[in-house]
Design a binder for this molecule. Structure first.
Ligand code: MRU
Length: 359
């Protein structure tokens, strides 16, 4: 059975509390927008696509509760206000902000139609779940084929960072989706996953997914990456993204930048895998991305126990920016594998294609 970060049916949303993994698998009820905001901020659910999905589905659930007896205008203004609030939960991943913009435009248009109801809005949000899984499968397929076509060996060894799998998305995953596709094609020899300090998404979540799927894998500390590249025959590095801007600069989990530098030194192809919903063409370069800084306790404490010397200062940026020049092998989206410099054109062309289909 595949792992599920999100359980949804009309009027009900549950999330797998990722703070308790891997020891305990506990699904928590998310009855409203405020509960989703808290779960995202406290990282019970995390990963750029999952944040957007949980945020938007919580709104669908709350609208479902409120719709009886409420006017269209009241529901619309509640939806717009809630979307604005959800965007403030975590600043770096762009998926929630993009979904909020798209849904706000939709609500603003719909409320002007005399026969509109909350139904079409709920349906639009619910469609996100299927689309995310389909996009991830396309990413997996494009990425796996690209890696295989350039590999020097029949089976490849992949290094990945953080958690980009079923737990970070509606299912299958992005960078981990590429790994799943390689595995199902019989072309994967081994995976190295980093611990991903300080929050340990690699050790707790990616390792959990890899063991669950019986994919041969080894956990390494972040500080072992260069050594692993030198000694373990790594064929490619594949990571996810929280925001990819117009020139291809990419925000992803802290530690990604140093991984890209080390990959360049060892001449190992470096890929970023993400859906187009993680791309932000409104920003020109990575310097414009707001990087979230998280509480120092994530560094100083482990499982509730203090491990750092009392009184020490802490700097805890949750993400870093990898410049496009270090993304040597390409950016994998649901549309294909793009050189960073071609990203804007690829996304714009495909967006036009999508619109012309629906007309
Ligand atoms: O702080 P997190 O755990 O939300 O960070 C997650 C990452 O950086 C992932 O690589 C990214 O969101 C892509 S998830 C498909």
């Amino acid at each position: 059975m595949s792992l599920q970060a999100v359980r949804y049916r009309r009027g009900s949303l549950q999330i797998l509390n990722q703070r308790l993994l891997p020891e305990h698998s506990v699904y928590e009820e998310i009855p409203d927008v405020q509960a989703a905001w808290r779960a995202i901020r406290e990282m019970q659910v995390r990963g750029a696509p999952a944040i957007a999905i949980v945020g938007c589905l919580s709104l669908a659930v709350e609208l479902h509760q409120r719709e009886e007896g409420a006017s269209r205008e009241d529901l619309a203004s509640f939806a717009l206000e809630s979307l604005g609030h959800l965007v403030t939960s975590r600043p770096t991943a762009v998926n929630m902000a993009r979904a909020a913009q798209e849904l706000s435009d939709f609500v603003t248009r719909e409320v002007k139609r005399p026969d509109s109801t909350a139904e079409s809005f709920k349906e639009k949000i619910e469609a996100m779940l299927d689309k995310d899984i389909q996009d991830n499968k396309s990413i997996g397929n494009h990425g796996a084929k690209h890696i295989i076509s350039r590999a020097k060996t029949e089976k490849v060894i992949i290094l990945t960072h953080c958690n980009t799998g079923s737990l970070a998305t509606a299912g299958y995953g992005t960078a981990l989706g590429v790994i799943r596709s390689l595995w199902s094609m019989g072309c994967l020899e081994h995976v190295y996953c980093t611990e991903t300090r300080p929050y340990n998404q690699g050790a707790r979540l990616t390792a959990y997914e890899l063991v669950h799927d019986k994919i041969p894998a080894t956990l390494i500390a972040d500080s072992m990456v260069s050594m692993a590249m030198k000694e373990k025959g790594i064929s490619a590095v594949v990571v996810g993204a929280d925001r990819i801007v117009a020139n291809g600069d990419t925000a992803n989990k802290i530690g990604t930048y140093q991984l890209a530098i080390a990959a360049l030194h060892h001449r190992i192809p470096f890929y970023v895998a993400a859906p187009s919903s993680s791309c932000d063409l409104t920003l020109e370069s990575g310097g414009q991305i707001v990087v979230e800084e998280r509480p120092g306790k994530e560094l100083t404490d482990f499982n509730g126990a203090r491990i750092a010397a009392p009184g020490i200062n802490v700097w805890n940026p949750a993400f870093d920016i990898t410049p496009h020049s270090l993304i040597t092998a390409g950016i994998i989206t649901e549309f294909g594998v793009h050189e960073p410099g071609e990203l804007r054109k690829a996304l714009t062309d495909n967006a036009h294609r999508d619109t012309s289909h629906t007309c």
